[in-house]
Design a protein around this ligand. Structure first.
Ligand SMILES: NC(=O)c1ccc[n+]([C@@H]2O[C@H](COP(=O)([O-])OP(=O)(O)OC[C@H]3O[C@@H](n4cnc5c(N)ncnc54)[C@H](O)[C@@H]3O)[C@@H](O)[C@H]2O)c1
Length: 306
């Protein structure tokens, strides 16, 4: 796995490029919108110190080639990471093109947040090499990648892909049975929907809801996740007591889950709320704060490994 192609250099494509380059891998990148390349360049500059802090290395620009079309990007690739917007029809067409111009045994990995790999395979030539490899933003720091196989994917490609992502220091989580939204996004989405309801119904601001996570459960989640955390909520009896005590609450109307309508008013509330929370920090400033915090958190996680 020496030559990687990245298709689409938005938030996620750029994050992948940074991770690949930081691991000394050669990348050919293509984006339909040539202006996106400016974003990529700005991100490489912004993360200079962050990459140094995390990987103890500098990015070698010679390893990055920006090309003008898909065929040029994928023709010698061992693995192609696809990162175009989350629309099934668009992704199917892009994957069809990738599969047409790439070596037939090159792995095609989609960064999709929740589309089923079996659907993404439908127009792919040699679909047994297509997987979903779903990362988390910022890709160059967060270790998790959900690997999902479609009906036509074979274990040969799946295992090769797993090994590759592990080699670039990722935590591979294999999703046995494909399901929309996979694992992490189903959990995130449940919280997000509930938050939208609370803002929409006027009970709390976006800041209140964010603090409800970052000073409380969010701090525990980085170490234990929901299940192990709730095991401790049951005292000496652990999960058994927790279920006896809080099981009945599952019947109370604590959550709605079906999302509210994303009305103009709700959108304005959320956009205004998050702008106020940003406290005049630019997206670039906030990204730097987040990145440095996450790197320190990774160290802390190593120290308290369970
Ligand atoms: N943003 C996130 O937090 C996140 C996290 C995990 C996974 N994802 C997934 O990653 C994928 C990309 O999301 P994003 O947030 O980076 O989107 P984005 O809008 O930031 O970037 C998408 C890029 O694809 C380019 N593009 C569009 N059509 C193209 C084509 N035909 N060929 C080449 N490039 C094309 C666009 O110009 C743009 O630069 C989606 O599938 C999304 O679900 C996003």
């Amino acid at each position: 796995m020496k030559n990687i192609a990245v298709i689409g250099t938005g938030v996620i494509g750029t994050g992948w490029i940074l991770r690949f380059l930081a691991n000394g891998i050669k990348v050919k990148a293509f984006d339909k919108n040539s202006r996106q390349i400016n974003f990529l360049k700005a991100e490489i500059t912004r993360t200079n110190l962050i990459i140094k802090k995390l990987y103890n290395t500098k990015i070698n620009f010679k390893n990055l080639e920006i090309v003008d079309n898909i065929d040029e990007a994928v023709k010698n690739a061992d693995l192609i990471q696809e990162n175009v917007p989350e629309r099934l029809s668009l992704k199917k067409d892009v994957i069809k093109n990738i599969s047409k111009y790439s070596p037939t045994n090159a792995i095609i990995a989609s960064s999709s947040s929740g589309l089923l790999p079996s659907d993404l395979q439908s127009k792919c030539i040699n679909p047994k090499r297509l997987i979903v490899a779903h990362p988390f933003n910022p890709v160059y720091i967060l270790p998790l990648v959900e690997i999902v196989k479609g009906k036509k994917t074979t274990n040969l490609y799946l295992n090769k892909a797993k090994k590759f992502y592990q080699k670039i220091k990722m935590k591979t989580l294999f999703v046995e049975k494909e399901l929309p939204g996979f694992l992490s996004d189903r959990l995130q989405e449940a919280l997000w929907r509930e938050g939208l309801h609370i803002v929409n119904d006027g009970y709390a601001s976006t800041k209140d809801l964010d603090e409800a996570i970052t000073y409380g459960p969010g701090m525990r989640w980085a170490l234990m996740g929901t299940f192990l955390t709730f095991h401790l909520a049951g005292g000496e009896m652990g999960m058994k007591h927790m279920l006896d005590q809080f099981g009945p609450a599952l019947k109370l109307p604590w959550t709605k889950l079906k999302s509210p309508k994303l009305s103009k008013k709700l959108k304005e509330k959320i956009i205004k709320g998050t702008k106020q929370q940003s406290n005049n920090h630019s997206i670039k400033d906030l990204s730097n704060i987040r990145d440095n915090f996450l790197i320190d958190l990774l160290e802390l996680k190593k120290k308290y490994k369970l």
